[in-house]
Design a protein around this ligand. Sequence first.
Ligand SMILES: CSC[C@@H](O)[C@@H](O)C(=O)COP(=O)(O)O
Length: 328
Amino acid sequence: MERDTLKPIIWDDKNSQLILIDQRKLPHKLEYFICNNYEDVAFAIEDMVVRGAPAIGISAAYGMALAEIKGDDIEKAYHRLKNTRPTAVNLFWALDRCMKAYNNNRSILSEAKLIHEEDREACKKIGEIGERVIEDGDTILTHCNAGALATSIYGTALSVIRFAHYRGKNIKVIVDETRPRLQGAKLTSFELKYEGIPVKIITDSTAGFLMKRGMIDKVIVGADRVLRDYTVFNKIGTYSLAVLAKYHNIPFYVASPTSTFDFESSIEDVIIEERDEKEVLYIDGRRIAPEGVKAYNYAFDITPFELITGIITEKGIIYNEKDKRIRT
Ligand SMILES: CSC[C@@H](O)[C@@H](O)C(=O)COP(=O)(O)O
């Protein structure tokens, strides 16, 4: 049965405010973060109050709308919001749409609402189309959070899982914890539990062992950017999972709205976000490594299409015709 998903982004017309679920507080507290101006929105994206490719695009669009409403310098707001995070393309795509609307004397708020509405539709379609790759009894591995919290509703990878569940398929989900920010453990497991979909968390390094034991039937992840040759940028660890899935002959799907497609850039053009090394070196505020030891903290990695079975979009599934893994 279908039930309400979490809605991470709410526009309050009466008070001209953007209301975001504060994802930093989950799973312990369901609190809201109110944005009254574009600077609040920029902070929310940088500090990961809101996160996930489509969700940061929609939020940034509302940030532009707030700049319009407050009579702020639109160019300045555009550049401030553009510099919040570098990898997910939806941010730039949404900001450019708002800028274009503004330059054509159209309302930025109407454009932001349209982007929001389109995302709802796309995520629903991804679920409806994608659920057919899932069979009754499947155990599905996912990574990071490509759920309702990363979009406006339903999610991308989780929309596929959700719709399979709504249609009565008996499925189980295994979630990588997704070090260092733990989006899998904190957010994805929270969403699935909320929906009543059976879920277990593993450490990121457990995936290969479970695959070898035949405990995973499919892998489905989201995307932060998809290039013209269908190279996928997604949360760090996605590439390792794709290599493991190929080795173990397990179908590997990416679920992504076409708003995440970037046919202009090449791999070299895309900046892989490098976050503060403290996210790796500290757990719960306590340093876990010797003083003086440094860390890499790349937030995203790059998966070539040759490792992918198919990309599920709102317009249909782009299958990799060279992929020999069994499809459903
Ligand atoms: C539908 S979202 C797909 C991706 O955006 C998601 O898996 C992801 O990598 C998000 O990264 P995050 O750093 O939490 O913003």
